[in-house]
Structures are given as structure tokens and as C-alpha cells.
Design a protein around this ligand. Structure first.
Ligand SMILES: Cc1cc2nc3c(=O)[nH]c(=O)nc-3n(C[C@H](O)[C@H](O)[C@H](O)COP(=O)(O)OP(=O)(O)OC[C@H]3O[C@@H](n4cnc5c(N)ncnc54)[C@H](O)[C@@H]3O)c2cc1C
Length: 294
């Protein structure tokens, strides 16, 4: 189906975009269009105006501060994935992007659009929940800086007003614990076919001491009911050197904590895969943490 009729408006700056938003009722922001355009084609979104922010140069950057990697909202998945700064300091984010759809989607889809969309099956979500970056939104009254844990309210719902733009995502550099001897992280995605949305997505982050013992662990699960941080999985592995017993305890904890939306065999399958992929993610994160500590 073709989208309903709309007027296209190209914003040249953040101020310009905010003015266009204020002046036009029933408008939608267009970033990469990878969610919006399919919704328009299905007539699930029928804006009168589409305000294109994709060419705003001041929103297209990746910068480093002492503690963060800051990404402008219209940075594409591909640019973020290939960024040396991201790979060096927040490799898990680059790894997660490499599992999104295909090159065509990654070349157009944006960091800001994906965080605002907050698709519960999206690959960013477990990684955002794990890293809890600050999100910057800009509106007529200036900027608000909100931790992701508050910005994300629930599936497809975030703390942003209609007259605001998401302008920046501030990823914390790893390690999060300066006292750690090593840090490792990973994002594992279970799909039936390459390029699909996740059946299960698991992000894991492990800090180890000099002795190779885990001093801190975080595990988040996406696509299996509500986005989840598994306290049980973390408790099962902290203080260990990730032996089989602790891995099994972590998987059991995740399987008990997730709440798949589906009943019956599909729900049971997702629950089992959440446990299996938790084990895989913890193994990889731990191996990377040990290597980092050498
Ligand atoms: C075929 C296909 C397969 C896909 N597969 C996957 C997958 O496997 N995993 C995955 O995680 N994702 C997947 N996606 C989604 C993809 O990652 C997109 O990047 C994501 O949907 C956001 O798209 P976008 O950045 O182009 O935003 P748009 O589609 O342009 O916008 C999305 C929404 O956010 C709003 N918006 C955009 N930017 C801003 C901003 N800066 N401030 C305020 N509001 C804003 C828009 O108004 C709109 O409502 C897929 C998409 C397609 C088309």
C-alpha cells in the first residue's frame, strides 16, 4: 500500500526542526524511515506532515569524553557499528548492531530513531538496559538528560513529548567498575533465519578481579516478554570462576524470571532459549573479561 498523502518538510538544524514541530500539528519525525515508512505504508501512521531530520549535520557525530561515547541522534547503525571509538570502548554496542536485519536497514536506521521506537524485540533494547546510557532530549524549554532506565517506560513507550527531539545517546565506556582487572561483554541473538528479529536477545557484562573471579555481572533479556534484568543470573555467577554449576544456576534463574507473552509450546521454547543463550552470553563475556585482564 502507498502511504497516505503528507507534506514533506526538511529540517536543517535542531532549532529548525523544533520550530517545524511546533508549527505543524499531526507531524511525524523522519530519521532513517526504517520504522516510520513501513508504518505509513500499512496506514498505521498517517501524518499530515513528515519532518525529515536525517540531514541535520549537528545531530550526526560520534564523540568521546572521559567516561562516555556520545552519539548524535541521526548517526546510522552502520556508522556506529564501524566506529573505532565504539568498538574500543563499548564493543557490545557494535556487536549488537551487526546483528540487526541487513546492510540496507543498517545503512538507513538511526541510533535516535531506534531508541525512541523502543521496539521490545529490537536488538538495542537489552544492550540499552544493560548499559543504562543517558539519553538527551531537546525541546522548546531546552535539554533534558534522562537515564535510559527512566526514559524507557515500556514497549514502544518512552519519556519524550511531542514537541521534543531525541538528540543524543551517551554510552558509558567500559569497564563500569574501575577496580576491575578485566571486563567482557557480549550480545547474543537467537533467530531462525539471519536478519530476522530476535526470538531471544541476551546481553551480558562481566567484571573480573586479578584472580579471574567474577566481581560483578549483569544479564538482560529481550524479546521474551518485558525487557528484563536478571538479578538471579547475576547472583548465580558473582564470586565464581564461571563453572558449569553456576552457569546452570544462572540459566535456571533466567528461565524462572522471564515472562514470555506467548503461551504453550512457543512460550516454553522462548523460556528455554533464554536460559540457553544466557549461558552462551555469560561464557563469551567471561572469556573476554579474562582476556582483558591478561
Ligand atoms: C526490514 C526491517 C528489518 C528490521 N530488523 C531489525 C532487527 O532485526 N533488529 C532491530 O533491532 N531492528 C530492526 N529493524 C528496525 C531498525 O533497526 C530501525 O533502525 C529502527 O526501527 C528505527 O528506524 P529509524 O532510525 O529509521 O527511525 P524512523 O523510522 O525514521 O523513526 C522511528 C520513530 O521514531 C521517531 N523518531 C525518529 N528519530 C527521532 C528523534 N531523534 N527524536 C524523536 N523522535 C524520533 C519517528 O517519528 C518514528 O515515530 C528493522 C527494520 C526493517 C525495515
Amino acid at each position: 500500500m502507498y502511504p497516505s498523502e503528507f507534506k514533506y518538510l526538511a529540517a536543517e538544524s535542531v532549532d529548525d526542526a523544533l520550530t517545524l514541530i511546533a508549527d505543524h500539528e499531526f507531524a511525524e519525525i523522519l530519521a532513517g524511515g526504517q520504522s516510520l515508512i513501513p508504518l505509513q505504508k500499512e496506514r498505521l501512521a498517517m501524518p499530515d506532515y513528515v519532518i525529515d531530520i536525517s540531514e541535520i549535520a549537528e545531530l550526526d557525530y560520534i564523540e568521546e569524553t572521559a567516561d562516555e561515547i556520545r552519539l548524535g541522534a541521526v548517526t546510522t547503525h552502520t556508522t556506529a557499528e564501524e566506529s573505532e571509538l565504539v568498538r574500543e570502548h563499548v564493543f557490545i554496542f557494535s556487536e549488537c548492531i551487526s546483528k540487526i536485519a541487513d546492510r540496507l536497514v543498517r545503512n538507513r536506521g538511526t541510533v535516535g530513531g531506534t531508541v525512541v521506537e523502543a521496539d521490545p524485540d529490537g536488538d538495542y533494547m537489552p544492550v540499552m538496559k544493560l548499559l543504562n546510557p543517558d539519553v538527551v532530549v531537546t525541546g522548546p524549554d531546552g535539554e533534558r538528560v534522562i537515564p535510559f532506565s527512566e526514559f524507557y517506560i515500556g514497549m514502544f513507550t518512552v519519556d519524550i513529548e511531542e514537541d521534543e527531539l531525541l538528540t543524543e545517546v551517551r554510552l558509558p565506556k567500559l569497564p563500569l567498575l574501575p577496580e576491575a582487572a578485566g571486563v567482557g561483554s557480549t550480545y547474543k541473538k537467537h533467530v531462525n533465519r539471519s536478519g530476522d528479529y530476535a526470538i531471544v536477545g541476551v546481553a551480558a557484562l562481566v567484571h573480573v578481579d586479578d584472580d579471574g573471579s567474577i566481581i560483578d555481572a549483569r544479564v538482560t533479556i529481550g524479546s521474551v516478554g518485558p525487557l528484563l534484568t536478571s538479578e538471579g543470573a547475576a547472583d548465580a555467577v558473582v564470586g565464581t570462576k564461571l563453572d558449569e554449576a553456576s552457569l546452570e544456576a544462572a540459566a535456571d534463574a533466567v528461565e524462572a524470571e522471564v515472562m514470555p507473552d506467548q503461551e504453550g509450546r512457543l512460550g516454553a521454547y522462548k523460556r528455554a532459549m533464554a536460559g540457553e543463550f544466557t549461558q552462551q552470553a555469560l561464557r563469551t563475556a567471561y572469556e573476554r573479561a579474562l582476556a582483558d585482564s591478561q
